[in-house]
Write a new protein. Structure first.
Length: 343
């Protein structure tokens, strides 16, 4: 072979965006680009190394050898150095071209999705099974022990409520996980917070928790009202649920530069340091029994995180076990609509 076709091959392979390796008819490496060196973690000697030394991966070597024998293109997937690679080998004028792409990220997303379906089905199964069992019990008790009916009906209602909360949260999560732009508008966050808090006073009273708001009037956020409500409601409900009798939860709002800060501080049970990095994960709960007892779905904080990120905001948590927790959310400030006071 003359020098020029070889140089031409090197240039061609080097110019490819995708990781590429070219092998000669007799299985020696003719050209390899930087992306392929990086993915394969290899630095072969061009023109002296063969398929096996170059690829250092049994599945990829087998694919190249097979193409060299059959001449038919082939695609394989393999794990290599903590990466998930997809490679296609094909014959080009008697030589074999191997193109490799890094599918690690896609594989991880696929796995997360699969885990999500498994977890969601498992979570849905619990109330569904309870409802079936209670319905069966009712059909017997209604004739034989009618005095037990009211208690069973109450439990049936509770389980149906849990199921409804779960379906509701799953739909919220799905909606928020879909990227895509939603119409944002100036939303009076102070007003929204006061309304959400007012709606939770009954729950707070029931739990013996004092709920308060400290906020200047009319702080505007550039956002989607429904999503902002989801953020505030989930955090307020958690501050009540994970509190103690005689405790308190305070919501504070203030402008900070171009952002509006929303902080909610409770005097509740707190979160162990080791759990803090995981509480925004779907279905993660510190204490599963307590979460279930209070009607939790384990989805609230992951919904909150998605909604905050959609707004280009940040969320931060500080907690001391046995003393309390503060969630701090910052959201981009919005311009008040014309005619409204500016802050
Ligand atoms: P859940 O539906 O279980 O409340 P979340 O996603 O809202 O699910 O919260 C995840 C977990 O984080 C909860 O199960 C609870 O263990 C913990 N957590 C959330 N908020 C608080 C809080 N204010 N104080 C203590 N623990 C909290």
């Amino acid at each position: 072979m003359t020098e020029s076709p070889r140089a031409w091959r090197r240039e061609l392979v080097g110019s490819m965006v995708e990781a590429a390796v070219l092998f000669s008819r007799d299985g020696q490496v003719l050209a390899i680009n930087d992306r392929a060196r990086d993915l394969l973690r290899t630095t072969p000697d061009v023109a002296t190394d063969g398929v096996v030394e170059t690829l250092s991966n049994a599945e990829l070597s087998r694919a190249v050898d097979e193409v060299r024998v059959t001449g038919k293109p082939i695609t394989v997937e393999t794990e290599h150095g903590h990466r998930h690679l997809r490679a296609s080998a094909s014959m080009v004028s008697g030589e074999t071209l191997l193109l490799i792409s890094d599918r690690t990220q896609e594989k991880r997303v696929e796995e997360l999705r699969r885990d999500f379906v498994v977890n969601a089905s498992h979570e849905l199964k619990t109330p569904v099974t309870s409802i079936q069992t209670l319905a069966e019990a009712l059909s017997v008790v209604i004739h034989e022990q009618p005095e037990r009916v009211p208690a069973l009906v109450t439990r049936l209602g509770d389980e149906a409520e849990r199921l409804a909360a779960l379906v509701h949260d799953l739909l919220d999560l799905r909606r928020l996980e879909e990227r895509g732009t939603r119409e944002r508008e100036p939303v009076d966050l102070t007003e929204l917070v006061r309304q959400v808090v007012a709606a939770q006073v009954g729950r707070a009273d029931g739990a013996g928790v004092e709920l308060s708001v400290a906020a200047p009037d009319h702080l505007y956020v550039d956002g989607v009202a429904g999503d902002l409500e989801v953020i505030v409601k989930n955090l307020v409900v958690n501050a009540i649920k994970y509190n103690r009798t005689g405790g308190s939860a305070q919501v504070r709002l203030r402008p900070i530069g171009t952002m509006i800060e929303f902080a909610i501080e409770d005097t509740g049970i707190g979160i162990p340091q080791a759990d803090l990095p995981r509480i925004f994960e779907r279905f993660y709960r510190v204490d599963t029994a307590r979460s279930r007892e209070t009607g939790g779905t384990g989805l609230g904080l992951s919904i909150v995180r998605h909604a905050v990120e959609h707004h280009g905001g940040t969320i931060h948590v500080d907690s001391r076990l046995g003393q309390g927790t503060t969630f701090t959310v910052r959201l981009p400030a919005g311009r008040p609509p014309p005619g409204e006071p500016n802050r």
